[in-house]
Design a protein around this ligand. Structure first.
Ligand SMILES: C[S@@+](CC[C@H](N)C(=O)[O-])C[C@H]1O[C@@H](n2cnc3c(N)ncnc32)[C@H](O)[C@@H]1O
Length: 273
C-alpha cells in the first residue's frame, strides 16, 4: 500500500492495526509491512487463519441475508474493517436494493478506504468512530442521514468484540445499543474463542498483545452475556460455520476448528414494520 504524502492523520504505519492485519488475511492490499509481519506470524501459528476469516465473512453474509429477509434493511456495522468486496453492502443490496448501510471503524485507514470503496454506492457510508461511544455515533450526521433508529436496525459486531476488554465501557455500550434498538432489530456477533485449540489461540493472543492490538478471547457463556436482552435466533451461539449453513454449501468437517463463536439475536416486541 502506498500513500506518498497522503498518509491519513493519526496513522502510524509501523504500528500494526487489526483492520489491516485482517485485510491481509482476506487477501487484500490495504496493509503495511508491520501489519503483514503480524499476520504472517499468526498464520505460522494457525495456518488456516485465512480460511477462518473467509468463513467469518460467510457468516456475515448469512446473518445480513437473514435480517434483510425479515425486512430489516438498515444495517450498522461496528468495527467494520476495510469494506472490501463481499462485505455488508454487497450482501444487503443484493437482497434488497433499498438497504442502507453504515460502516464504523476506529481505524482512520479503514475509513479512508471505506470512503474510496463506497464512492458511487447508494445509501452506504463509512464513519470514523468507536463502538464504545454509542451516543456520538447516534448523533453523527452521516449515520442520522442514513439510519432511522425508530425502525429496526441490524447491528453487526463481527470479529470486533475480541478487541474490546471487559469493563463498564463495554457494558454501558451494549446496554445503549439494546435500549435504543427498535423492537425487531437484530444483533449479530462473531467472536474469537479459545474453547477449542486453546494452546494455539493463546499463542495468537500473546502475539496480538505484544503488538499493541490486545485480543480478549471469550467462551460461549461470556458471549451469552453480550446477548442479554436479545432473543437468540436458533441455533443460538454456535461455531460460525454451524450458524444456519448454506444448504447448498459443502459440509464443514470440524466447526470448532474455526475458533469463532457466532450468534444472532433479535429484540423482542412489535416491530411496527
Ligand atoms: C478483525 S477486524 C473485523 C472487520 C469486519 N467486522 C469483518 O469481520 O470483516 C476488527 C475491526 O474492528 C475495529 N475495532 C476494534 N475496536 C473497535 C472499536 N472500539 N470501535 C470501532 N472499531 C473497532 C478494528 O479497527 C478492525 O477494523
Amino acid at each position: 500500500m502506498t500513500y506518498g504524502l497522503h498518509l491519513p492523520m493519526g496513522v502510524d504505519p509501523n504500528r500494526p492495526s487489526a483492520s489491516r492485519i485482517y485485510d491481509y488475511f482476506l487477501g487484500g492490499t490495504h496493509n503495511f509491512a508491520a501489519d503483514r509481519a503480524v499476520a504472517e506470524r499468526a498464520i505460522e501459528l494457525v495456518p488456516e487463519l485465512p480460511k477462518i476469516m473467509k468463513a467469518n465473512r460467510a457468516f456475515l453474509h448469512r446473518a445480513v441475508r437473514h435480517a434483510v429477509a425479515d425486512g430489516v434493511t438498515q444495517l450498522l456495522d461496528l468495527g467494520a474493517g476495510i469494506p472490501t468486496e463481499g462485505n455488508v453492502h454487497d450482501a444487503a443490496l443484493a437482497a434488497d436494493p433499498r438497504a442502507r448501510v453504515v460502516y464504523v471503524d476506529r481505524d482512520p485507514v479503514a475509513v479512508l478506504h471505506g470512503n474510496d470503496l463506497l464512492a458511487g454506492v447508494p445509501n452506504a457510508a463509512t464513519v470514523h468512530g468507536d463502538l464504545l461511544d454509542p451516543e456520538a455515533l447516534q448523533d453523527d450526521p452521516q449515520i442520522r442521514a442514513l439510519l432511522d433508529f425508530d425502525r429496526p436496525v441490524c447491528i453487526l459486531m463481527i470479529a470486533v468484540l475480541h478487541f474490546v476488554p471487559d469493563g463498564p465501557a463495554l457494558d454501558a455500550a451494549l446496554a445503549h445499543y439494546r435500549t435504543v434498538a427498535a423492537p425487531g432489530s437484530y444483533l449479530a456477533v462473531t467472536h474469537a474463542t479459545n474453547s477449542a485449540r486453546p494452546e494455539e489461540i493463546n499463542r495468537i493472543t500473546d502475539l496480538y498483545n505484544r503488538t499493541g492490538t490486545p485480543l480478549v478471547v471469550r467462551n460461549r457463556d461470556q458471549l451469552a452475556t453480550i446477548f442479554e436482552g436479545w432473543q437468540l435466533v436458533p441455533p443460538g451461539i454456535v461455531y460460525g460455520p454451524e450458524w444456519r449453513p448454506d444448504p447448498n454449501g459443502p459440509p464443514v468437517a470440524d466447526p470448532a476448528s474455526y475458533i469463532t463463536l457466532a450468534g444472532v439475536g433479535v429484540k423482542a416486541g412489535s416491530s411496527g414494520r
